[in-house]
Ligand binder design. Structure first.
Ligand code: NAP
Length: 258
């Protein structure tokens, strides 16, 4: 299927590795010019070089997307874009009684206020031009809380509420906003969560992964590549009637009916 995206331009945040990179690669494969972002310049430049092989233009902006300065730097380099994919690192795991105001502010900045700031900056141009796509990478925890990820549960649910309302205000201009909810995917983030289990339970990384895979109906972790392809479809010309949705990619891991 031709996704109809050739020649469009996308800003993909937090995209030197993992799910963000998967989204950037899938868009590049469709002929989308890219603005990529991450904090670490070395991995970011390596990813940018890799994706230029698709024959698209790739601009790399090293910045912390959770800060106002980082957002300003990225937005200035990006200019006018047709597609925005928001993403940032996830908050650390922990226990409810250990989290104070500063922990919540950090989580809100990263996983709620940064995507909102980027949408606030870019939605007006998309609406004026009559076409746009926003995909926010959130988490399975929006549908079913992960107890040790309370900071993530809180911030991402806030973003989800914002998207539910805002997506219905911009749809008439040909602009869609949707969220992609990853369950466990084989990225550095998953390895870091598994290493927490290794440290706590004295098992190997392979055992930690096998235990977690056993809880997923698909019996495996997802891949950044398949996640990226779902993102590219949501960004495509065929997805204009998909508005304000929360698409779970979790191998069936979240146990509920609708
Ligand atoms: P990852 O493999 O650790 O990759 C994170 C990417 O984001 C890297 O490119 C990283 O580069 C960049 N990044 C992190 N913090 C950033 C910041 N403040 N500003 C700019 N770039 C930043 O993580 P992932 O697995 O792709 O996860 C992406 C998101 O999905 C996270 O929010 C994660 O919590 C969520 N999620 C993941 C899973 C999973 O199983 N993988 C499940 C549910 C939710 P730098 O470090 O160089 O900045």
């Amino acid at each position: 299927m031709d996704l109809g995206l050739k020649g469009k331009k996308a800003l993909v945040c937090a995209s030197s590795k993992g799910l963000g990179k998967g989204c950037a690669a899938a868009l590049a494969a469709e002929g989308v010019d890219l603005v990529l972002n991450a904090r670490g310049a070395e991995a970011l430049e390596a990813t940018a070089a890799e994706l230029r092989a698709f024959g698209v233009s790739v601009t790399a902006v090293a910045a912390d997307i959770t800060t106002e300065e980082g957002q300003a730097k990225v937005l200035e380099a990006a200019g006018q874009v047709d597609i925005l994919v928001t993403n940032a690192g996830g908050p650390p795991p922990g226990l409810w009684k250990d989290w104070g105001r500063e922990d919540f502010i950090k989580a809100l900045d990263a996983n709620m206020l940064a995507p909102i700031a980027l949408m606030t900056a870019l939605l007006p141009g998309m609406c004026d031009r009559g076409w746009g796509r926003v995909v926010n990478i959130t988490s399975q925890s929006v549908k079913a809380p992960i107890p040790q990820l309370g900071l993530s549960n809180s911030a991402r649910t806030g973003l989800t509420g914002y998207v539910a309302g805002t997506s219905r205000q911009v749809a008439e201009f040909g602009v869609t906003i949707n969220n992609l909810l990853p369950g466990i995917h084989a990225t550095d983030r998953a390895a870091s969560l598994d290493s927490g289990v290794v440290a706590k339970e004295g098992i190997t990384m392979d055992e930690a992964r096998a235990r977690r895979e056993a809880t997923i109906p698909a019996r495996r972790y997802g891949t950044a590549e398949e996640f990226g392809k779902a993102c590219a479809f949501l960004c495509s010309v065929h997805s204009g009637f998909i508005v304000g949705q929360n698409l779970l990619l979790d191998g069936g891991g979240t146990n509920f009916t609708i």
